[in-house]
Write a protein that binds this ligand. Structure first.
Ligand SMILES: [Zn+2]
Ligand SMILES: [Zn+2]
Length: 277
């Protein structure tokens, strides 16, 4: 069984420690491959992305690590790229960097009246403010808009992986804002799975939410539908520290087997291939 991770944030963005510390821990665990996915720069102020001027250094250091450790682990260079309508031109260059993969993620849903983008996975206070100021208190409209953006992102066919599909639930503990059982929510998810099935993208199953007590992304009901619909999946940890690299993997691998998944996609020497789970 291949055990890799393609969602890794190091000191180039909002992760802890230098890239090499992650490689050392991956080697210790026998994890292979290890894909780095720093948050790609954004054209507006934020606290988590790389700066544009850091990108060449990021790529150089990953190339050096790839060479240094080439006999023991495959180090892959990727980016987690935000989908925000209107900034495509700014992001265009990311797709010609010769990356091994990209993760497409929606962290921002529209903007307030001052034009400040609304982050849906940030602090609860910000989430609350966005619901009120961007969507006039209409939670359903906000959530449906989130999934609409994910579909638009998938429709660009630009990304290898789809990041944390239902991250919109992060600020919804105990169904505080909405119920994931409601027909409108299921419809929004279903329509999004349809878009993913039709695209070449692979859906990440992320243990990142487990660390934050939100649970796996996507949650079990969505994973069941993924299995029924034949959505291609891979396993990632959204690591921000070497200790996170395979955190939660054994339990989630068992869960996936219990749900009937037989294989997950991994980046092998031959590209992305289904591998026995
Ligand atoms: Zn993300
Ligand atoms: Zn991430």
């Amino acid at each position: 069984m291949i055990r890799g991770n393609y969602h890794t944030h190091c000191s180039f963005c909002d992760g802890a420690l230098e890239p090499e510390a992650f490689v050392a821990e991956a080697l210790r665990q026998g994890m292979d491959p290890l894909g780095f996915s720093s948050h790609a720069p954004l054209p507006f102020p934020n606290t988590f992305t790389m700066k544009m001027e850091q990108v060449p250094d990021y790529l150089r250091i990953l190339r050096e690590l790839r060479e240094r450790y080439r006999d023991s682990i495959r180090v892959l260079a990727g980016l987690e790229i935000d989908f925000v309508p209107g900034i495509e031109e700014y992001q265009e260059g990311f797709y010609s960097l010769g990356l091994d993969f990209t993760i497409g993620s929606v962290h921002y849903v529209d903007a307030d009246e001052q034009g400040t983008p609304w982050p849906v996975d940030a602090e609860p206070e910000l989430f609350d403010r966005g619901i009120v100021e961007v969507f006039r208190g209409n939670v359903r409209a906000a959530v449906e808009r989130y999934y609409q953006l994910v579909r638009e992102m998938v429709g660009t066919n630009r990304h290898t992986l789809v990041g944390h599909l239902d991250v919109i639930k992060k600020n919804n503990p105990n169904g505080r804002y909405f119920s994931e059982d409601e027909p409108w929510y299921r419809d929004a998810v279903e329509e999004t799975l349809e878009a993913i099935v039709r695209s070449p993208a692979i859906l990440e199953v992320s243990t990142g939410g487990i660390r934050k007590n939100v649970g796996i992304y996507p949650g079990v009901p969505i994973l069941k539908r993924c299995r029924e619909r034949g959505v291609r999946i891979t396993l990632c940890s959204d690591a921000h520290h070497p200790d996170h690299l395979s955190a939660g993997y054994p339990g989630v691998e068992q869960l996936l087997r219990d749900l009937g998944f037989k294989e997950i996609f991994n980046h092998t020497g031959n590209g992305w291939e289904p591998c026995p789970l």
